[in-house]
Design a protein around this ligand. Structure first.
Ligand code: PLP
Length: 404
């Protein structure tokens, strides 16, 4: 087949699928990839996060009704809506990176090792340290929550269109929230410049040359979501569909899958919003490639114009395909989850939670895409519902059918 399928461009069912010829299940897990995400680093993350008050494994729902409708053997949905009461999987990453940063800073100041338990319990005075980041919601909530729990100061930068509800949710964790002019990238710049001036620490979920350590910690935290889901599944999945913003979450899931199952890892498909399809463009070009424009998607958590450098290093050889999908496809999945088929539970999923599921639904209905991905009656699909209704007002409007 051709490397790329574009279906009904311009209509509500439109999608683009591109195969990634640089990736395969048998591609090795390289030493470099193991420097980014390893079993040892993951076990440290797991032990730390599992020690936080309120830690609980999130549910993995079986959706037999939907699986039957799609014509596959099973569909599992890992539901992150309840993660630490923050509403998204991002609770795992930003807060863990804050803990690691504080540990490093205290160790440097004292000149000797400090156990993570002393950071997490708040036994060390870190109130002189300020952490900051730019966010469109979920990552900032996680960083603010971590800073508050461990006793550090926190300033979060949001751009013009981040809703008041998301702002208030971050403030509820004791952070100062500053609204900046312009778009997300402008808020990133403002956070960096202010941090330089004030000697604060940027805790970003995306990496670029010269800024790798903290985003690596963020991804190590995300791996716990994947590890839990894989432990919960009776039988390994054949396909995993993953929504992508900067790609940190997808890289963490792919890494956990490859290290756990080797060449028997599932087929991994990335799912981008069509208005911010930096993974589609990068896989097309074979190198990280930015998309320009206003990134005008309602999937706010996925509205990124550039891939994370570290995520690229993992997904370049371990993401088998990439799809781009319109907002309408995500809205349909949110409504379908809220009003399920007989036998399936009702699930609350936010607008950035379901691009993976939308990708699966789109691909399976298209004969060429289905064949290209090897989808069929024996397929066992896994998706990650990465947030609940983190913006309740918007959620209600989508469920009511006001946005289509
Ligand atoms: C709910 C949700 N899902 C998925 C993602 C994508 O994660 P990443 O940016 O690591 O690709 C985000 C990012 O903010 C998010 O908020």
């Amino acid at each position: 087949m051709t490397d790329e399928i574009a279906r009904n461009a311009g209509t509500a069912t439109d999608f683009t699928l591109r195969l990634n010829r640089s990736a395969s299940r048998t591609a090795p897990w390289t030493a470099r990839q193991n420097e980014i995400l390893s079993d040892a680093a993951f076990e440290t993350a797991r032990a730390t996060i599992a020690s936080w008050p309120g830690y609980a494994v999130t549910p993995l729902h079986a959706l037999p009704g939907r699986a039957a409708e799609l014509g596959i053997a099973s569909l599992a949905y890992k539901d992150e809506a309840g993660r630490f009461g923050l509403g998204s999987f991002k609770a795992l990453g930003g807060a863990y990176a804050v803990a690691r940063l504080l540990q490093r800073e205290v160790e440097t100041a004292l000149g000797n090792p400090v156990p993570m338990s002393e950071i997490v319990s708040g036994a060390r005075d870190v109130s002189r340290i300020t952490v900051c980041c730019a966010t469109d919601g979920n990552h900032g909530r996680s960083v603010a929550w971590g800073a508050q729990a461990f006793g550090a100061r926190c300033v979060i930068f949001i751009h013009a269109t981040v809703s008041e509800a998301r702002k208030a949710a971050i403030e509820a964790y004791g952070a100062e929230v500053r609204r900046t002019a312009g778009n997300y990238d402008d808020s990133v710049r403002e956070a960096q410049e202010t941090a330089m001036k004030e000697e604060w620490f940027v805790v970003s979920d995306t990496s670029y040359p010269g800024y790798m350590e903290i985003p690596k910690d963020v991804m190590q935290g995300y791996e716990l979501m994947a590890a839990e889901a894989f432990d919960q599944l009776g039988t390994p999945p054949t396909h995993v569909f993953l929504q992508t913003g900067v790609g940190g979450m997808a890289a963490a899931v792919a890494a956990q899958a490859k290290r756990r199952w080797g060449d028997a890892r599932p087929t991994i498909v990335l799912c981008d919003p069509d208005q911010s399809a930096c993974w589609l463009e990068s896989i097309r070009a074979g190198v990280p490639t930015a998309v320009e424009g206003d990134l005008d998607t309602m999937m706010a958590g996925l509205a990124c114009g550039e891939v994370s450098a570290l995520a690229w290093e993992v997904l370049e050889t371990h993401a088998d395909a990439v799809m781009a999908l319109p907002d309408a496809a995500a809205f349909r999945e949110m409504r379908a989850l809220a009003d399920p088929l007989p036998g399936d539970p009702a699930i609350i999923a936010g607008e950035s939670a379901v691009a993976g599921l939308a990708g699966l639904a789109a691909a399976i209905k298209h004969p060429e895409a289905r064949a290209a991905l090897g989808l069929g009656p024996d397929s066992r699909a896994l998706v990650f519902g990465t947030e609940g209704n983190t913006d309740p007002e918007l959620y209600e409007r989508i469920i009511a059918g006001e946005l289509t």
